[in-house]
Design a protein around this ligand. Structure first.
Ligand code: NAD
Ligand code: TDX
Length: 346
């Protein structure tokens, strides 16, 4: 069995490739990745060395039609699992351009090439953010109407709609997965959890948006990867499957738990200007995946958070390499303050 994974040098894609190569010895994987700021070949360097007969890397942009068509040739892959995306909401507010290109045009190119090559199964890795925002109660189901609120989620919803249209119009065998907020190793420290863990470990301030009362549903990345694998292996073409962690926390609760776990004071919290259009609450009903795929999340938040913090502690060099150069410019633009390299004054 041979898979094409796009965006495999990012957070979830690299965890997915790691998960599959270490659990299924019959699989070979080709990873097509542009290596944007978020793509880091270091994330898979050990597997690239130890599994070189089963792992291949192709450096390229999914928007580049001739490149994509030269990779996805008839008979080469049994399935395509599509992770590659611009993935950060705040960056989509600063500049939506790359989101439209990669998330919408890139998906169109990938769908066309996959269809041309008669790919037997295609999985679109999407997000719960396409459903918009919940009030204090209720859960997103697969039937919830799409109502994206940020340029990021609008671009993901648009790509989901393209996938839906290829299923309907061409009978293309695609599946869509929609997951809540992931955390775990190899997550780029622009997302709240690795940003706050790495800042806290360095005694730097934690910029909490608004009053910190927005709610997210946290799932460990390995549980998400198991869900995507189940959707690929057991899902029905044309169907959507939601995945969630069943762990709703306000951002301020998340921050308190994280500070307690690293043994740092709450005085590191800085309440800063809210994200424009900030979705209040996400929460997932994953009963369809339980029923039809036999999937449920396995990793408790407490255990997952402990392991994730330990990973960031033991990979301080990985964090330090990222939090230099272009990252510092992004930080200054996003937070209106330079990322200090020394501990913050009390
Ligand atoms: P990430 O930003 O960490 O990684 C994205 C990867 O895609 C990088 O390796 C990057 O180099 C690559 N890429 C970007 N543009 C590309 C292009 N034009 N051509 C080829 N490669 C390109 O993202 P992530 O957090 O791992 O998310 C992966 C997928 O999962 C995304 O589609 C995202 O929408 C979805 N998702 C993420 C979460 C989450 O909590 N992070 C939750 C649900 C769904
Ligand atoms: O500095 C911050 N301060 C803060 O309070 C950052 C970066 C975030 N936040 C808040 C905003 C959100 O309410 O924390 C929450 C989580 O923010 P992000 O980590 O940026 O994630 P979110 O916007 O919820 O989107 C994530 O989950 C769904 C991923 O980034 C998406 O790729 C995924 O689709």
């Amino acid at each position: 069995m041979r898979l094409l994974v796009t965006g495999g040098c990012g957070f979830i894609g690299s965890n997915f490739i790691r998960h599959l190569l270490t659990t299924d010895s019959a699989l070979s994987i080709t990873n097509l990745d542009k290596l944007t700021y978020a793509g880091n070949p270091e994330n898979l360097a050990d597997l690239a060395a130890s599994q070189s007969s089963r792992y291949e890397f192709v450096h390229g942009d999914i928007v580049d039609r001739s490149l994509v068509e030269s990779v996805i040739t008839p008979g080469r892959f049994d399935a395509v699992i599509h992770f590659a995306a611009e993935s950060h909401v705040d960056r989509s507010i600063l500049d939506s351009g790359p989101f439209i290109q990669t998330n919408i045009v890139g998906t169109q190119v990938l769908l066309d090439a996959s269809r041309k090559a008669n790919i037997g199964r295609y999985v679109q890795v999407s997000t719960d953010e396409v459903y918009g925002s919940l009030g204090p109660t209720g859960l997103f189901t697969e039937e919830t109407p799409l109502a994206p609120n940020s340029p990021y989620s609008a671009s993901k919803a648009a790509s989901d709609m393209l996938v839906r249209s290829y299923v309907h119009t061409f009978g293309f065998p695609a599946i869509i997965t929609r997951c809540s907020n992931n955390y775990g190793p190899y997550q780029f420290p622009e997302k709240v959890l690795p940003l706050f863990v790495s800042n806290a470990l360095a005694d730097l301030p934690l910029p909490l948006y608004g009053a910190g009362l927005n709610v997210r549903d946290w799932i460990h990345v390995v549980d998400h990867c198991r869900g995507i694998e189940a959707a690929w292996r057991k899902g029905q073409p044309g169907e959507v499957y939601n995945f969630g962690g069943g762990c709703e926390l306000t951002n301020v609760e998340l921050t308190h738990r994280l500070l307690d776990a690293v043994g740092k004071p709450r005085s590191l919290i800085r309440f800063v200007t809210d994200r424009p259009g900030h979705d209040l609450r996400y929460a997932i009903d994953y009963s369809k995946a339980q029923r039809e795929l036999g999937w449920s999340p396995q990793i408790s938040f407490d255990a997952g958070l402990r392991d994730t913090i330990a990973w960031y502690q033991s990979h301080s060099d990985w964090v330090a390499r990222i939090k230099s150069g272009a990252y510092r410019n992004y930080y200054a633009e996003q937070y209106g303050t330079r990322l200090a390299s020394k501990p913050a004054a009390p």
